[in-house]
Design a protein around this ligand. Structure first.
Ligand code: NDP
Length: 325
């Protein structure tokens, strides 16, 4: 029987159990996949702890994977057994095999291998919508991007650099700073040692930023807002340090008629057309070499709990994947 990492109770990594699971034949509109590689994302931590609760327990963790189609359900067009596919979205990817709605997977170009796909679908499509849809980044853009050496961060540095933007990135160590800089980050701030608001003021000569991308959450709130120009955009898209407290909207007026959005990938790839457009743009960035996917940590899927410990301890950089035999 195939195995999966299941959560029976919300909590720490010790709640992640490697169990055998039954994979039913694909239902109408579904395909069954044999995973070759699975992605680790910070959202997996929110699912494990219950910060983002699931409809029921137990459940299989994980929202990103790449593999081969092994069975095709009724009514599925355009996918066949043996196709190489990947996805970001439906929970349940920490598994050797799974069934999934066929309209949520995309076929992989020949140049993109399974490991790269598993490392980039969720983080890369996120960067695509953040830089191309939530705010249209271009050569005039001055942005602050927190956690610039992380999975989303390193892709964002490269993509924003390709768009010609000025990128100020925050990082938790000197090594992470060097990594962010090597991937296109224009200015680096170690926010464990420096006051990032002060540094943003210095770097921009007091002009501040057009947009702040904040996935750190609790620890960078509300200081992130002080890095924005009047009418600037605060994009709060994650909570690695904890949930952002309720925001007093009057503060947006007081700090210069700021805009706030709290986006999630699901809303930007909700239709099949949006998913295909987003994935195709990402594939183009990767196959043309404008964005390199850094797989800096790999673990066997059965050892996913250790990967969660390392991610939460801020030990990882770039993307992390699980290898599936
Ligand atoms: P990362 O690889 O970026 O890991 C998180 C990083 O956050 C750490 O490496 C660390 O970098 C930084 N960090 C700051 N404070 C803390 C803390 N207290 N605990 C842990 N980490 C901290 O993860 P991902 O690339 O997977 O995701 C990045 C963020 O983007 C997450 O918040 C995630 O939820 C969000 N996200 C949101 C999406 C959306 O659509 N809304 C989609 C995808 C991701 P450092 O040491 O340099 O500070």
């Amino acid at each position: 029987m195939p195995h999966a990492i299941r959560v029976h109770n919300y909590g720490g990594p010790e709640e992640m159990r490697w169990e055998s699971v039954e994979v039913p034949a694909p239902g109408p509109g579904e395909v069954t996949l044999r995973h070759k590689a699975v992605g680790l994302n910070y959202i997996d931590v929110y699912h494990r702890t219950g910060l983002y609760p699931q409809p029921s327990l137990p459940f299989t963790l994980g929202t990103e994977g790449a593999g081969e189609v092994t069975a095709v359900g009724e009514g599925v067009n355009g996918l066949s057994v043996g196709d190489r596919v990947a996805y970001a979205g439906p929970i349940g990817s920490y598994s050797e095999e799974r069934s999934i709605p066929a309209d949520r997977v995309v076929k992989l170009p020949a140049e993109i291998d399974f490991q790269t796909a598993a490392a980039m679908m969720l983080q890369g499509m996120t960067v695509r919508y953040l830089l191309r849809k939530t705010y249209e980044v271009g050569p005039e853009t001055v942005m602050l991007f927190h956690a610039a050496a992380g999975g989303v961060g390193l892709i964002a540095c490269q993509w924003a650099s390709a768009l010609g933007a000025t990128i100020i990135g925050t990082v938790g160590s000197a090594e992470k700073g060097a990594l962010a800089r090597a991937h296109g980050c224009t200015h680096v701030i170690n926010y464990r040692e420096e006051d990032f608001v002060e540094r943003v003021r210095e770097i921009t000569g007091g002009a501040l930023c057009d947009v702040v991308y904040d996935s750190v959450g609790k620890d960078t709130y509300p200081a992130s807002l002080d890095c924005l120009k009047p009418r600037g955009l605060w994009v709060s898209f994650g909570n690695a340090s904890g949930k952002v407290p309720p925001v007093d909207i009057g503060m947006l007026a007081a700090k210069g008629s700021l805009f706030l959005t709290r986006p999630s990938l699901a809303a930007y790839i909700a239709t099949r057309a949006e998913l295909e457009e987003t994935a195709t743009d990402l594939f183009n960035m990767v196959t043309t070499g404008k964005v390199k996917i850094n797989i800096n940590q790999t673990y066997p899927l059965s050892e996913a709990a250790q990967a969660h410990r390392d991610l939460e301890a801020r030990k990882t950089t770039g993307s992390t994947i699980f290898l599936v035999d």
